[in-house]
Design a protein around this ligand. Structure first.
Ligand code: HMG
Length: 444
């Protein structure tokens, strides 16, 4: 497929975009027709999905085009309400993809869950518990397998067991962690079924093995999947010539050097790190949402990983190689996404996303999502260290402001243009400009 078809995609009308997708064989004619008719989730379906439903809530879906990851080009659906996110990921994604593209690898894909028993705050019990778990690892794995045998036929299943202990306010927290290969699913329900079985059986067995005077030592507190998914990690890297980052009046080498400094700042200052990571999650959440995955789980996993060494740090790291004038970026984070289960198979737009992406296996989806996160971060940093975020972001945000003050039809584009050219993109300026626009029309 020629890359040329994606040039200025954003300048086309909605109908022209559907036509490009149909002609490129990415979407079927009937799918494009249903997009044109605005079909989406029915009220009946919505009423089955959550509780107390009264309506559905729409968010726009845009595309990041021609993103190259491990030498393969992807069309990536992004669902977001925030202007300039899709533009930014296209901008940076294309800078990287025109060269060698993104290199991505899944480091591990296991989901982790925990069982917690409470018991005495006592070093001897702590040691006896750790010894018991270590000795009974295979028994615990078997309890988990028996609780959810269906995953075994897909090649998945529980893989590892370990224990931990915390003493807090004179109470002992006795933990058993279970790592599970959930294959294509994110696997929350599967994990929780296994964990609840392990909780009941381990508590019973531990009380039988370690109780004194028939008085149970342990009480079952809870069993649940953990969103600190540090066994479900993906790494993506890119390496781009600095000249591709040049801006009017600014050499690419200077922009690249400043991007590296901005990245360093996110390693030392939590205020900056949180915003740096928010920029990454602008892209990641948009694809996670588009594919019907649980974005709260992904957010929780990303931020808990960002603080893994005790200080909250930026997840993506950029370094500048002055000798070769190249900017290198790396992002490593947990991405516990699935391609089956939950609402993925029933939500009509999640199914559309699968069509657009080409029905990827979960590990490949992790790589594509991570690449979007790194691209998003690059675009934001590039803007921040050169012309600033306002000109690009606010120019696109101007359309939302125009709609907020009542612009309609052709007025939206006209008012957005006038706003983008003004020094203040706010509702007050927008109202004045809209009044001028309407006055000029009446005068004509
Ligand atoms: P530009 O240089 O004016 O772009 O940048 P351009 O008009 O030269 O177009 C170049 C390419 O960018 C286009 O190629 C498109 O791929 C893409 P073409 O297809 O024309 O051959 N592009 C667009 N794609 C879709 N829709 C558009 C569009 N415009 C360009 N309308 C741009 C303009 C907005 C891309 C740039 O200024 C930018 O990347 N800004 C950063 C925006 C951003 O990060 N937004 C996120 C929201 S701000 C935030 O929440 C995060 C933050 O706080 C995070 C942090 O602090 O780290 C900033």
């Amino acid at each position: 497929m020629s890359k040329k078809i994606w040039r200025h995609f954003h300048k086309k009308t909605l109908a022209e975009r559907w036509q490009v997708l149909e002609e490129a064989g990415i979407l079927a004619a009937e799918t494009c027709q249903s997009l044109a008719e605005g079909e989406g989730m029915s009220l009946e379906m919505a009423d089955q999905m959550i509780e107390n439903v009264i309506t559905t809530y729409q968010i726009p879906m845009g595309l990041s085009l021609n993103l190259k990851v491990n030498d393969k080009a992807y069309i990536v659906p992004m669902v977001t309400e925030e202007p300039s996110v899709v533009a930014a990921s296209n901008f940076a994604g294309q800078i990287v993809s025109v060269g060698s593209g993104f290199q991505a690898e899944v480091i591990s894909r296991l989901m982790t869950g925990q069982v917690c028993l409470t018991g005495p705050d006592d070093p001897n019990t702590q040691k006896a518990f750790a010894d018991w778990v270590s000795k009974h690892q295979e028994t615990i794995l078997e309890w988990a397998r028996t609780a959810y045998p269906a995953i075994l036929k897909y090649g998945g299943g529980p893989r590892a067991v370990r224990s931990a202990y915390y003493s807090y306010q004179e109470r002992g927290f006795y933990l058993i962690y279970l790592d599970v290969d959930t294959q294509e699913a994110m696997g929350a329900n599967m994990m929780n079924t296994m964990l609840e079985a392990v909780k009941e059986q381990s508590c019973l067995a531990l009380n039988q093995a370690l109780a004194e005077d028939d008085k149970p030592l342990f009480d079952p507190l809870m069993a649940i999947l953990s969103n600190h998914a540090d066994q479900c990690l993906v790494r993506v890297q890119c390496d781009i010539p600095a000249r591709k980052l040049s801006r009017p009046g600014l050499a690419g080498s200077l922009v690249a050097q400043r991007i590296a400094y901005a990245s360093d700042l996110a390693q030392v200052d939590a205020y900056r790190a949180a915003t740096h990571n928010k920029g990454i999650m602008n892209g990641i959440d948009a694809v996670v949402l588009a594919t019907g995955n649980d974005w709260r789980a992904i957010e929780a996993g990303a931020h808990s990983y960002a603080v893994k060494d005790g200080a909250y740090r930026g997840l993506a790291i950029w370094t500048y190689d002055e000798n070769n004038e190249r900017l290198k970026g790396e992002l490593c984070l947990p991405l516990a996404v699935g391609t089956v289960g939950g609402s993925i198979g029933i939500h009509p737009q999640a199914k559309l996303s699968q069509d657009l992406l080409g029905h990827l296996p979960a590990q490949e989806l992790m790589q594509v999502i991570a690449a979007i996160g790194l691209a998003q971060n690059l675009a934001a940093l590039r803007a921040l260290v050169s012309e600033g975020i306002q000109s690009g972001h606010m120019a696109l945000h101007a359309r939302s402001v125009a709609i907020q003050v009542g612009a309609e039809g052709e007025e939206v584009a006209q008012l957005a243009k006038a706003l983008a050219e003004s020094t203040n993109i706010n509702q007050e300026t927008a109202r004045d400009l809209l009044a001028d626009l309407r006055q000029n029309k009446t005068d004509e």
